[in-house]
Write a protein that binds this ligand. Structure first.
Ligand SMILES: C[S@@+](CC[C@H](N)C(=O)[O-])C[C@H]1O[C@@H](n2cnc3c(N)ncnc32)[C@H](O)[C@@H]1O
Length: 233
């Protein structure tokens, strides 16, 4: 995949009524056709963020940090920001995105139905600034969208949770090879949680070799299993 954002991107509906984007150059949706909202809630918010918060008793004064590979529409960010606001936990979120969507396209996703008006309005109004710097979206939530290829992303930070939301390996195998996964996992803290919607033998092997405990978790609708890994100390 070596294109800039395609002008032919289309907004399409998924089985739970929530929308996603179809990229005809990749031949793939940004989310599961079985339900964008359900997938995002189940795989990332519930099996990743909530799981991390439940198994770690860090003070609510400390922000939880999330790194997302493939920021796309921002649905995972929006749901995470709302979840953290409800739980009264501060959020420090970085999304890596090689081909950022236009503000116009994001504003047509209809995702305002699923989050508070404050989260949605602040996300839209800061989106373009967030592409170049870290900006607070609300008092307790800051976002940075790193506009770069995954392999060019650099940071001194290690994150509590990683959301790995690349296009499927059939469409973009280079995002799932040993180099891409190792590059991603270096940004995970010991005790941190890595989640993705898929699970393959190779992914399990690579994650174990990188010092993670790997678990098959229940998948989102349409998928039996997904991968969750915890980095061992
Ligand atoms: C499955 S979609 C992500 C969906 C997104 N999480 C959302 O909620 O809308 C995959 C994303 O990865 C981005 N992408 C593709 N190649 C990339 C690369 N080499 N580095 C970073 N992002 C990439 C695509 O532009 C797309 O936004």
């Amino acid at each position: 995949m070596n294109h800039e954002q395609s002008p032919k991107l289309k907004i399409v509906e998924t089985a739970d009524g929530s929308k996603t984007i179809y990229n005809p150059e990749v031949g793939e949706n940004y989310h599961s056709k079985h339900g964008a909202l359900q997938e995002s809630k189940h795989v990332f918010v519930s099996s990743g963020l909530d799981y991390y918060l439940q198994s770690n008793t860090a003070s609510k004064e400390d922000a939880v940090s999330i790194l997302e590979v493939g920021f796309g529409t921002g649905l995972n960010f929006l749901l995470s920001a709302d979840f953290c606001a409800d739980e009264k936990v501060k959020l420090d979120y970085t999304g890596i995105e090689a081909y950022p969507l236009s503000l116009e396209m994001i504003s047509q996703t209809g995702y305002e139905q699923y989050v508070s008006a404050e989260t949605w309005n602040n996300f839209l109004s800061h989106y373009e600034e967030n592409l170049t710097s870290t900006e607070a979206v609300t008092q307790n939530c800051q976002l940075q969208i790193a506009h770069c290829q995954l392999l060019n992303f650099e940071s001194n930070k290690q994150y509590d949770v990683i959301y790995f939301d690349a296009f499927a390996a059939t469409y973009q195998p280079e995002m799932w090879d040993d180099t891409a996964i190792a590059h991603t996992v270096q940004f995970l803290k010991p005790g941190g949680v890595f989640v993705t919607y898929a699970i393959t033998g190779n992914l399990k092997r690579v994650m174990k070799a990188l010092g993670c405990k790997v678990e098959k978790a229940k998948g989102a609708p349409g998928k039996r299993e997904m991968l969750r890994a915890v980095k061992l100390a």
